[in-house]
Write a protein that binds this ligand. Structure first.
Ligand code: CMP
Length: 138
């Protein structure tokens, strides 16, 4: 069983897409093991995306991520990292496959509705960033 972190970003929450995203998890046999809605501080957003701190889009990305509430979830399932990334589609929605979350709903490369961990090590860091052990359903 693998685990990953999902975020429904402020554009997804603001546009009323929480249910739509969760429906896709449920239809694809992906289990939600933890979930909460939060509104990050700037420091929290910059800490979460620290790997991108040298990138030109870092300030814009972190401004966007604190522009409204987000829904964070820990997802579990077999090969869930890759399966969830397939459901999301490419970061750039113009390159995402038909029927993916980003292809269906994203409006630009930054406002791309959802985030997902890209590897087991990043999943570990990202899950621990938002959840303590009491918040995770076993
Ligand atoms: P995410 O999967 O959360 O990881 C980093 C985020 O940076 C990405 O989704 C986008 O929201 C944002 N971003 C903005 N511009 C770019 C870019 N040129 N390349 C990659 N990510 C970008």
């Amino acid at each position: 069983m693998e685990k990953t972190l999902s975020i429904i970003k402020p554009d997804g929450v603001g546009r009323g897409l929480i249910g739509e995203v969760i429906k896709r998890f449920e239809e694809n046999n992906i289990t939600i093991a933890a979930m909460k809605m939060i509104h990050m501080t700037r420091a929290q957003a910059r800490g979460f995306y620290a790997v991108h701190k040298e990138r030109p889009f870092f300030d814009s990305l972190t401004d966007f991520m604190i522009s409204g509430p987000i829904v964070v979830m820990m997802l579990t399932g077999e090969d869930v990292i890759v399966r969830y990334r397939k459901l999301m589609g490419a970061t750039n929605f113009e390159e995402a496959e038909e029927g993916t979350i980003r292809r269906d709903f994203a409006t630009d490369i930054e406002k791309n509705i959802v985030h997902g961990s890209d590897a087991p090590e990043t999943a570990e860091f990202e899950i621990n960033y938002f959840f303590n052990s009491f918040e995770i359903v076993r």
